[in-house]
Design a protein around this ligand. Structure first.
Ligand SMILES: Cc1cc2nc3c(=O)[nH]c(=O)nc-3n(C[C@H](O)[C@H](O)[C@H](O)COP(=O)(O)OP(=O)(O)OC[C@H]3O[C@@H](n4cnc5c(N)ncnc54)[C@H](O)[C@@H]3O)c2cc1C
Length: 404
């Protein structure tokens, strides 16, 4: 089978995972990234076993594990600190891997190091602009600096505001979900955690939303405190102002803490404005295609489907997208992409739809507007058996998709 070079737009988690996964299928690629240096935003994320399985297959698990904080469950408490629920995020005994709190920049660093080891070319400071042409021979595109690129196929791993998407799907705007997360980090030593107090924890109030407290670093020496805020969409200037207003974010995190346990008050009083980070939640409307008609231009990761953050799966699904795309590419040649890749999308979309349902249930737990009654309904009634999510047999899964 003839494998041809793939151009990847974006050196985020999806682009780098894709380059390494394609390399495992003996498919060469070149990654183009608009930033002049590796991306370093967003703080720590929780990586679950489905992604760690892929990280392991790519040969970087041990390194990533050594820089993260392993944990197996998210704990839920009411505002009086009474525990009421747990939500599994990993289990070595059940799924082969724990959940792992790890900085995104660590993941990027390890993926980049492995790319370097495999001689995968990554070109920084190169902004993709638009596709010029697509034919059976391949794809031609233009960079913002006016230069032109050519490859047998191209994958947009260029994030939520993807430019590749406009070629594949026509204009489609990411939708702001009227929620953002505001977080800040504090040294764990500043918080007098009761003995055996299980972390990460979400502490819920009827009227003041919820605080998430989650440890970072292998020794748990850093604690991130996060709260979601309902907010209207802003224009560009408005967002700029809001993101720059770190003092305002600290103030928001400090509001209403009188209704929460002492550890929340201790944590928020130790916050410094420099440690604040903000994550506005956007979602890309569901799209009927992730691949162009000719089959030679595709998109994946946040470009194709921003997953609601309350599922904790945005980054995790990015790993699945990239790895399964490469498995599929390993089994077909350039001429069959237009018929094979829609099967990949259907299979991926089914998992994402199931996740979105899960995320809606998680949101109902975390935001005050959902009300205590709704919260009570959720507790104990939802089947949170996570095997389907955390232990997918990806190789078998793509065989099923290909046979469909
Ligand atoms: C602040 C923050 C916190 C988060 N926390 C979590 C979490 O706790 N758990 C979780 O699961 N997920 C989390 N996420 C979501 C998760 O990080 C994303 O789902 C994931 O990183 C998406 O990866 P991606 O590679 O598809 O896109 P991105 O990470 O957005 O990467 C896209 C890359 O493409 C580059 N690019 C864009 N346009 C062009 C262009 N025209 N030409 C060349 N390059 C281009 C960008 O510079 C970037 O490097 C968080 C996201 C943010 C922003």
């Amino acid at each position: 089978m003839a494998h041809e070079n793939v151009a990847i737009i974006g050196a985020g988690l999806s682009g780098l995972t894709l380059a390494l996964s394609l390399h495992q299928q003996n498919i060469s690629s070149t990654v183009y990234e608009v930033r002049s240096a590796p991306i370093d935003i967003g703080g720590a994320i929780t990586v679950s076993p489905n992604a760690l399985q892929i990280i392991d297959k790519l040969g970087i698990y041990e390194n990533v594990l050594s820089e993260g904080y392993p944990c197996e469950a998210f704990h839920f408490r009411f505002q009086d600190d009474k525990p009421f629920d747990t939500y599994e995020i990993g289990s070595v005994s059940k799924y082969g891997y724990p959940g792992l709190r790890v900085y995104r920049k660590v993941l990027i660093k390890e993926l980049l190091a492995k790319c370097a080891e495999k001689n995968i070319q990554i070109i920084f400071g190169k902004k993709f602009n638009r596709i010029l042409s697509e034919s059976e021979a391949g794809v031609t595109w233009e960079f913002e600096d006016g230069t032109v690129g050519q490859a047998a196929s191209l994958v947009g791993a260029d994030g939520i505001h993807s430019l590749v998407r406009s070629y594949v799907h026509g204009d489609i705007e990411p939708k702001f979900m009227n929620v953002m997360a505001i977080g800040a980090t504090v040294p764990t030593s500043k918080v007098a955690l009761p003995k055996d107090y299980a972390l990460p924890v979400t502490i819920m109030s009827k009227t003041h939303g919820a605080y998430i407290l989650a440890p970072n670093f292998p020794d748990g020496s850093e604690l991130v405190i996060v709260k979601q805020r309902r907010i209207e969409e802003h224009d560009r200037e408005g967002w700029k102002h809001l993101l720059a207003d770190k003092e305002g974010s600290v103030e928001f995190l400090r509001q209403g803490t009188e209704d929460f346990p002492e550890i929340v008050r201790q944590a928020v009083s130790a916050i410094t404005p420099e440690s604040v980070s903000i994550w506005p939640f956007y979602q890309v409307p569901k799209m009927d295609k992730w691949t162009s008609k000719g089959g030679r231009v595709s998109m994946l990761g946040d470009a194709a489907h921003a997953i609601p953050p309350s599922s904790g799966q945005g980054a995790n699904q990015v790993f699945e997208d990239a790895y399964t795309y490469a498995l599929i590419r390993g089994q077909c040649d350039g001429d069959s992409l237009d018929s094979v890749l829609p099967k990949w999308q259907r299979g991926r979309q089914e998992r994402i739809d199931r996740l979105i349902t899960l995320a809606q249930q998680m949101n109902a737990r975390r935001l005050p507007e959902s009300g205590q009654n709704e919260l009570t309904e959720v507790i104990g009634t939802e089947d949170f058996n996570m095997e389907w999510l955390f232990k997918p047999d990806l190789e078998k899964m793509i065989q099923t998709w290909l046979a469909s």
